[in-house]
Design a protein around this ligand. Sequence first.
Ligand SMILES: Nc1ncnc2c1ncn2[C@@H]1O[C@H](COP(=O)(O)OP(=O)(O)OP(=O)(O)O)[C@@H](O)[C@H]1O
Length: 358
Amino acid sequence: MTLTHLSLAQFRSWSRLDLDLDHRPLAIFGSNGSGKTNILEAVSMLAPGRGLRAAPAPDQARQGRDAGWRIRAAVDDHAVETAAPPGQSRSVLIDDKPVAQTALGRLLRILWLVPAMDRLWSDPPEARRRFLDRVTLSLFPDHADVALTYDRAMRERNRLLKDQIGDPGWYRALEAQMGDAGAALTRNRQAALTAIMAAQDGGDFPAATLTLLPGEGQADDPDPDSIAARLAAMRPRDLGAGRSLTGPHRADLGAHWGPQDMPAALSSTGEQKALLLSLILANARALSDQPVVLLLDEVAAHLDADRRAALYDRICALPAQSLLTGTGPELFDSFGPRARRLAVTRDDGVSAAAEIAA
Ligand SMILES: Nc1ncnc2c1ncn2[C@@H]1O[C@H](COP(=O)(O)OP(=O)(O)OP(=O)(O)O)[C@@H](O)[C@H]1O
């Protein structure tokens, strides 16, 4: 499947945008604040979740309008629409039928790399866990449902803990649910890391070893009964804390690479970026039989000309559609005619786009 058309209405700095897409990479360039990343964010809303900025829906509506926003897309012969009218949460329609957001994950696999992820390896574990779950979701679309089931049971257990309800009978069913869903969550995450490691090509970056770290919560255990048993054993401590302190929701992602098995967090800033880029490309490669859209925000600016050329070669070899941003067209020169160029400008606060010849 291919994302063949994108249409935006009142989305961030865009009043309207109509964009045809094909298999060629799309290099989007323009000044700071012109609205390039807003296009990538709109594409990321074609995946379940809150998109690459994790923004609340009202923030995405063009300011000064009370209209809410709407994104329409054509994915082969499917019509996809997602919209958030004022004061309402986001809705999703596929072929005019309302569907759960999770249905989006079965249509396109959307991967992204944005500057906010530059410090991923030294950020708190939540950021890596979100990244891990996005990667996992791209490979296993049922991961969203499993995560939701786990989350619901955990919230309910946390509510009991917060209300200091001590009766074990109230907890057992929830802990069994957390055990079942948590084990599936962990198995998915482990399988995703194995798939990504196998798909690394050693291009610009030595292959990394990725590990699911247990964290404080022993969050690498794929056995339902032992997760539930540990939750039961930890109940007195959890009652003291008023929340669940153990389980897959405490997992962390570790990465080591190179001859000295260097932890990613100790690598240089450039190495950390290269590692992430290499993992995103591996993620796309691991999905080679799926329709992948790769969003790379301001990746080119950090690379020297040779690395940029090598990256573009690898992007062109991927079985994926790619959208990239950068401030100037020269950043994309080494694509030559292989990529389309879209110039983005902004007048009176409203973004506009024009395709230019390569
Ligand atoms: N809800 C909104 N309504 C109108 N404009 C918005 C909204 N949200 C963000 N913007 C504007 O969009 C601009 C940012 O757009 P975007 O992040 O796409 O820029 P960019 O071209 O990627 O810039 P840079 O090169 O600096 O990353 C900002 O000027 C911001 O004020």
